[in-house]
Design a protein around this ligand. Structure first.
Ligand code: SF4
Length: 1012
């Protein structure tokens, strides 16, 4: 029998061999907890020691977070690595910079580099990276218009599909087909031939779908949009026929590392292959070093093919490469690994057991915990309530023993978290929820946003239609279409007010008339209340009074809808705490901004977070993390999979056919594909169990339903894979806290901000507050008495301020229509202002824009991962609030960059710019960081007419000092401001127009000011 020590010795030798393998390809299969990142870091250093430069080693990670972590680990190891110890500081600094700027990142980041590198010199960026939400919004609008045209043209395919499926299902089928098109076909399988009708309908789908796809691509090209999938396809095309500039960019590459190889999608594998092929064309052999674990492949929904690792392994071995299996586990105690191994033997017979490197601790434990609900008959506890209660009690019993953020509760579906959250809240146990569906994409949240938009602007017909057809009011599309068509010149809300509108509805759509009347009454009441309440209070009161959360839950959203609404309300409350009690117009504006900026940052539940809190998350969100104690709950729930109408396997399609009413029939071919996917889902569920259980270091508890094991549930799979061994792991949860021990008191609920408080909030602009800081008296002249400092400019000649404003507007227009020429943009702008007769002004603007865009400063604007122009903000400052607008906020590989555009008559040094614009830029940086909830990488000033730029960096200390200054100014102002008669002369008097030009201010002459 092999002992741990022997395995450990073997592990060291294996590690040394894998780390130092530089002359052939390698595939590393590393069980969870085997130190995969350590292995990658050491291999990276072996490459550097062999003489490679960081720029020659391309490393692909699965996420940006993983890329940053890998870079940090490499940089941290730099000083301690034996091969680099004792090197002079400047050499190490140089290495550090090269590593941080080197090609370590996600495949998408590298695709972007490939696309950038393929542009010829001077060519401008003509693409804007868009996320799935924007792409699907575009797709939906193109699809609607496309179908309308095809129906009008009496296209036989469109009509055939419409007759059989109806408009809604036809839309779903085409959307599904569009989703298949960019995917690489997975492994095929023998299938029964389609039934005759199925074949005809499938052919119609293909004939209808292909041109639709082309139309969507053409629209994206026209808009300059590129999705992540487009980026991969474009990079692959470029690699297959690389232009000279790309060949030069690729020339240094010598080695490719791929982390989390099991989660790499087929097109990404082709990208790696294309990189290697390009190397071969240049006479080089690029070595591949892939690290992964097939047992942790849990991204089938992202087109990841679990067989890929196997295929790549076969190819690597056939090409003379080596495979390494790492089984020593540095993470978990023997108790936890005992359960993991027992399960793995049944689930993955081909895999090797993990070997514990850690020792047992007194409290180490791994258990399958049977939960028994309390009570019988009516009023008996449900299983999920009992499970939530017992887990919350077990967490409470560990309070003080284990830091709360080292305890995780994992589940497959977010809805499992609801009952537990209520139990934790009842015990005053703080919690954070992570993972799950993006909050801002959930239907109930979209509807609530539309409601806020409508209440803020009753002329917003689009939002009103969204609200009326939502589960809040449930008006039919036909009735809404009818209402919108009547007198389209006037707004829908205005038309709804007329008694005649309801009377006509009563005649034409009797089922909708009562709903419309109900909606009208509710919305009128909300509009009236909006005059006196903050946005949060208004919406929360209404939702609770009318039980609208339950309505959404009943309408198909289930408990997740309730949870999402609760979290959205929490978030809105927090927003008000940040920004002052919000009037609806401000809430609507901020919701629009945040919905655009935050989607990827706010998955369901990420909103309630605190440092010392129990971590609640989906198993997917837990990947890559580890905790002292892990509870796996909801294991007996079956995930309901509603297989769509159109299915695919290996490039073959099948359809469910309509029968009677809404019923659909599975064809034999469809059934075969569905069984295949069912089996694949089952295999993935085993891998989910492996990922969940291997997150535990010391204690692992899987809760089980004693009454019944549902087929297809995680519990069923776990018990099946454990077989008879399951008995050995059954046991109770640790005891609940002793009866009588009072739960810690809940913190008092924050007081609801009242509208009266809101009236005290004074809003101002950045320049107004800066003027006040320079001199309260100057502020009095400029903003309260509004004394102009110059006579009105009646000439037709544009001054510097006007040119600067026009250049800002032109850049904004270029941002909205990338790829449009500067001449065209300027012509449109001037025409809109009635200045199209001014060729000199047009020439000045075009020349300034062209010189700026061709200069180095504008490079920052190209290739951003996210890019926002003219972003408005409201910065809460105690009793006041600052309004402003950020010229450009961009997310680049290296982090967020804020750009402020200026127009200046002469060159300025960085010090001069800081002196002139420091106040403004620090304020913008503060607002941006509060909005993003993460630090900026840098702030840049771009001087448009001089093609110059300066980069400024504000330390956290500088920004927090600036926030204090703003707060104290706002407080002083709210308290009535400075005593104007006590203002004394100051340096600003030297250039102050109220003294120098207008002789209005007597202070510089030593006389006090007396208000007129
Ligand atoms: S002259 Fe001096 S004191 Fe008077 S308003 Fe101007 S800056 Fe203020």
């Amino acid at each position: 029998m092999t002992t741990n020590r022997e395995i450990e010795g073997g592990h060291e030798a294996l590690l040394a061999r894998a780390v130092g393998l530089l002359d052939r390809d390698a595939i590393i299969v590393a069980n969870a907890g085997a130190g995969k990142t350590y292995l990658l870091v050491e291999h990276y250093f072996a490459l550097l020691e062999a003489g490679l430069e960081p720029a020659q080693v391309v490393a692909f990670t699965f996420t940006e977070k993983a890329a940053n972590e890998l870079k940090e680990r490499i940089v941290a190891r730099l000083r301690m690595h034996p091969g680099f110890e004792g090197l002079p500081d400047e050499v190490l600094r140089d290495y550090r910079a090269k590593i941080l700027n080197g090609p370590i990142g996600t495949i998408h980041q590298y695709c972007l580099r490939i696309i950038e590198a393929s542009r010829s010199a001077g060519e401008r960026a003509a693409v804007k990276i868009v996320d799935e939400a924007l792409e699907s919004a575009l797709q939906e609008s193109v699809l609607r218009a496309y179908l309308r045209r095809r129906f009008e043209a009496e296209d036989p395919d469109a009509l055939r599909l419409l007759r059989r499926f109806g408009i809604r299902d036809l839309g779903l089928i085409l959307e599904r087909y569009l989703a298949f098109l960019p995917m690489e076909p997975e492994e095929g399988m023998p299938l029964p031939p389609p039934e005759e009708e199925e074949r005809l309908l499938l052919e119609a789908v293909v004939r209808l779908g292909e041109p639709l796809w082309e139309e969507i691509q053409a629209q994206k090209r026209a808009l300059g949009w590129m999705s992540f999938a487009d980026m991969e396809r474009r990079a692959l095309e470029l690699l297959q026929r690389p232009p000279e500039t790309l060949k030069q960019f690729l020339q240094p590459i010598a080695h490719i590392l791929v982390d989390e190889f099991q989660d790499t999608a087929p097109i990404q594998i082709r990208l790696v292959e294309a990189l290697r092929a390009q190397g071969r064309a240049e006479g080089k052999r690029l070595r591949l070093f892939c690290v992964g674990d097939p047992k942790q492949s849990i991204y089938r929904f992202r087109d990841v093919d679990r067989n890929l690792l196997q295929k790549t392994e076969t190819e690597i071995l056939a090409g003379g490469g080596e495979k390494f299996d790492f089984v020593v586990n540095f993470r978990s105690t023997p108790e936890v690994l005992g359960l993991v191994n027992a399960f793995s033997r049944g689930a993955f017979p081909e895999a090797r057991d993990s070997v514990a490197q850690r020792h047992s601790l007194a409290e180490s434990l791994a258990r399958l915990v049977e939960i028994r609900p309390e009570g019988d008959g009516v009023g008996a506890e449900t299983y999920s309530a009992a499970e939530a209660r017992r887990v919350a009690e077990a967490v409470a019993s560990r309070r003080g023993e284990t830091p709360l953020d080292r305890i995780a509760v994992l589940y497959r579906a977010s809805s499992s978290a609801g009952p537990l959250i209520r139990e934790l809240q009842a015990r005053g146990i703080p919690y954070s929820v992570r993972g799950g569906q993006n909050l801002f994409e959930r239907q109930e949240i979209l509807d609530l946003h539309r409601l806020v938009y409508f209440l803020a602007d009753p002329a917003d017909d689009l939002s009103l239609v969204g609200v009326l057809r939502s589960p809040l009011f449930l008006l039919s599309d036909a009735a809404l279409f009818f209402l919108c068509r009547r007198d389209p010149e006037r707004g829908l809300w205005e038309r709804l007010q007329e008694p005649e509108a309801l009377e006509t509805l009563e005649r034409e759509f009797p089922q909708d008339a009562a709903k419309a009347a109900w909606a009208l009454a509710r919305l009128r009441r909300l509009l009236a209340l909006a005059e006196t309440r903050s946005a949060h209070r208004l919406i929360e009161d209404w939702l609770r009074r009318e039980d609208l959360g339950d309505l959404y839950a009943a309408a198909g959203g289930g408990p997740q809808a309730l949870l999402a609404i609760e979290q959205w309300l929490d978030w809105l409350r927090a927003l008000e705490e940040d920004h002052a009690p919000l009037r609806l117009a401000d809430a609507a504006r901020i919701l629009r901004e945040v919905s655009v900026l935050q989607p990827n940052k706010t998955p369901l539940g990420d909103l309630v977070a605190s440092r010392d809190s129990v971590q609640l998350m989906t198993i997917h969100a837990a990947k890559g993390l580890q905790f002292d104690t892990v509870f796996l709950i909801g294991a007996n729930r079956r995930t309901h999979v509603d297989y769509p109408l159109l299915q695919r396997v290996g490039g073959s399609l099948a359809l469910k056919l309509p029968e009677t009413g809404t019923k659909k029939r599975k064809t034999e071919r469809y059934d075969a594909i569905e069984s295949h996917h069912g089996e694949e889902d089952r295999e993935e569920a085993k891998r989910l169990l492996y990922v969940a259980t291997t997150r535990a270091e010391n204690r692992l508890f899987v809760t089980m339903d004693t009454e019944k094991t549902r087929a297809g549930s995680l519990q069923g799979l776990l018990l099946e894979c454990l077989g008879e061994a399951a008995e050995a792991w059954r046991g109770p949860l640790p005891p609940a806290p002793a009866p009588g021990a009072a739960p810690p008191a809940m913190p008092p609920a924050p007081e609801e901000p009242s509208f009266e408080a809101a009236t005290r909030i004074r809003e101002t602009s950045v320049s107004e507050l800066e003027t006040y800081l320079a001199c309260p008296l100057k502020h009095h002249f400029a903003y309260e008495r509004q004394v102009p400092t110059k006579p009105a400019d009646l000439s037709e000649v544009a001054g510097a301020t006007e040119i600067g404003t026009l250049l800002h507007a032109a850049l904004n227009a270029l941002h909205a229509s990338p790829g449009t020429g500067t001449r065209e943009i300027v012509a449109r702008l001037l025409a809109a202002q009635g200045r199209d007769e001014d060729p000199k002004l047009a020439r000045t603007l075009v020349a300034s824009l062209d010189s700026y865009l061709a200069g180095p400063a504008a490079a920052t604007l190209r290739g951003a991962l996210e890019d926002y122009s003219e972003l408005p903000f409201l910065l809460r400052l105690g009793a006041g609030a600052l309004r402003g607008q950020i010229d450009r906020l961009l997310r680049r590989d290296e982090g967020w960059v804020l750009v402020d555009f200026k127009y200046a008559g002469r060159a300025h040094s960085a010090e001069e710019l800081l002196e002139s614009y420091g106040f403004q830029l620090k304020t913008y940086a503060l607002a941006a960081e509060r909005l993003l909830r993460e630090p900026l990488r840098s702030v840049q000033i771009h001087v448009l007419n001089r093609a110059e730029s300066q980069e400024l960096r504000f330390s956290p200390d500088a920004l927090s000092a600036h926030a204090e200054l703003l707060e104290s100014l706002a407080a002083q102002w709210a308290a009535g401001g400075a005593e104007l008669g006590a203002v004394e002369a100051r340096p600003a008097c030297l250039s102050c127009p109220y003294h120098r030009d207008l002789s209005l201010c007597p202070v510089p002459k030593g006389r006090p000011f007396r208000a007129a």
